[in-house]
Design a protein around this ligand. Structure first.
Ligand code: PHE
Length: 452
């Protein structure tokens, strides 16, 4: 059945919706724990440098590919060059891996929101609350299914109505609230030391893993290397300026990640009495730390509730974009009906997501290359497939369709591509070499062949 491609109404709509995809758990949940773990200020600095150079180049490239072809990832690559259709499929695998485990974390957020709504702030702030919760598969599955179901429902309503409306109303509020909570966190007794650790780069903390982690996070956070921006680009009108839209999206995305880190990292210092080992907690960091911040705050119950509502919305706009990508791939490819496709994708995700839920509970013993299931899915997508897709996308743009194709698309409707030179140098030379180095070392490291 033929489906008409719906579109975003204008620049603001596009920027907000794409920023809605980019800003999500990656910024609020993943960025702070990585920054805490990988050297604070050094990680932040690496991340920002990567974001303004190749994050920028890759995003411009992907959006332009989508807008030029008016197709989602799989078909976009094959239309431009038959030999590269595999790249579209490879990119398409990433959201399929991420969506299920992303929704598991979305379920954790839903659970905390429920706890805050019902006034259980003090309990949620206790040590052990988080670990007890994830150890029980029943509750974790229930909340995961709720989150997944919400995502599926919104995707059913289509691009304009669903995504655009939610994003427009949510993003500004999230910015204001994050800044407010960050200021409060930094003012907690003992937090200043943490703020220093988070902001001032100390090169003693630098290691190769810092760069690897920062790069994986960049792809994840900006929704790159998985066909998402290609799909979004395909919905974008020709008169919208791709370059400035990209700048605004990265500014939004990096800004929110920065403030999320500032809400969480200093608070970790404050509540652990400066014990640095608390920084290495990994995925649980936000869930363990933030309730303590809210619990210590006058009116923290209400502020915390509002905060978790916003995180939930931010997570939803991202999971929607993940699901929208998966669904539109099936629709474009097989011409399936939207409703049925949504239902099938929902079912598949629930099945796969269960593996991640159980991996933190009864299956905690089952490990793949030393990782729990959820961490393994995260590793495979962020540290393996995404760098491969990013590398091939650079080669595709730099040497197959040639940067001129992208430049022409960016300069549609009289727009001027200001960072044209930076774009070409990044796409053709710098990014491919860096990604290759990082990819090889991260895989060797995971298998214990080298230690970095
Ligand atoms: N980029 C979003 C975030 O930072 C999440 C996301 C990840 C969306 C992967 C799409 C793909 O949370």
């Amino acid at each position: 059945m033929e489906q008409k491609r719906s579109g975003f109404s204008g620049k603001l709509g596009f920027v907000l919706a794409a920023a809605g995809s980019a800003v999500g758990l990656g910024n609020i949940w993943r960025f702070p724990y990585l920054a805490a773990q990988y050297g604070g200020g050094v990680f932040l600095l690496c991340y920002i440098i990567l974001a303004v150079t190749f994050g920028f180049a890759l995003m411009v490239g992907e959006i332009a590919l989508g807008r030029k072809t008016q197709l989602s990832a799989v078909s976009a690559f094959s239309t431009l060059n038959k030999k590269y259709s595999f790249l579209g499929y490879l990119a398409a695998i990433v959201p399929m891996i991420i969506l299920p485990y992303y929704s598991v974390i979305g379920g954790w957020v839903t659970k905390y929101l429920a706890a805050f709504c019902t006034g259980n702030v003090a309990q949620a702030a206790q040590d052990g609350y988080f670990s007890n919760f994830i150890a029980q598969p029943g509750e974790a599955t229930l909340f995961f299914a709720i989150f997944m179901g919400l995502t599926a429902l919104i995707v059913l309503f289509g691009v304009e109505k669903g995504i655009e409306k939610v994003s427009k109303f949510m993003m500004p509020v999230l910015v204001v609230l994050s800044v407010g909570v960050a200021i409060y966190s930094v003012c907690l007794p003992g937090a200043l030391e943490g703020a220093k650790y988070y902001i001032m780069p100390d090169f003693k903390n630098f290691s190769f893993t810092t760069v690897i982690a920062a790069m994986g996070q960049l792809f994840y956070s900006m929704s790159l290397a998985m066909g998402i921006m290609i799909t979004y680009g395909s919905y974008m009108k020709k008169n919208v300026n791709i370059e400035s839209a990209t700048r605004q999206i990265s500014l939004f995305d990096t800004g929110i990640a920065f403030f999320a880190g500032l809400m969480i990292v200093p608070a970790v210092f404050a509540f652990s009495g400066g014990d640095k080992s608390a920084l290495g907690q990994g995925p649980g960091l936000m869930f363990v730390t933030l309730p303590k911040v809210f619990n210590s705050m006058p009116g923290g119950g209400i502020i915390g509730t509002v905060f978790f509502v916003l995180v939930l919305l931010a997570a939803l706009t991202s999971s929607i974009s993940l699901m929208e990508t998966v669904v539109s791939i099936f629709i474009d490819k097989f011409k399936w009906n939207r409703k049925i496709t949504c239902l099938l994708v929902f079912g598949g995700c629930v099945a796969v997501g269960l593996v991640s839920v159980l991996g933190y509970g009864p299956w905690a013993e089952v490990k793949i290359i030393g990782m729990q299931m959820l961490d393994f899915f995260d590793f495979i997508s962020n540290s393996v497939i995404m760098p491969v897709v990013a590398l091939l996308t650079c080669i595709f743009i730099g040497y197959v369709v040639k940067p001129a194709t992208i430049i022409e698309e960016v300069e549609q409707d009289g727009a001027k591509f200001k960072s044209k030179k930076l774009f070409v140098v990044m796409i053709k030379y710098v990014s491919p070499v860096c990604i290759l180095l990082i990819l090889i070392s991260s895989v060797l490291n995971a298998f214990g062949i080298i230690k970095i």
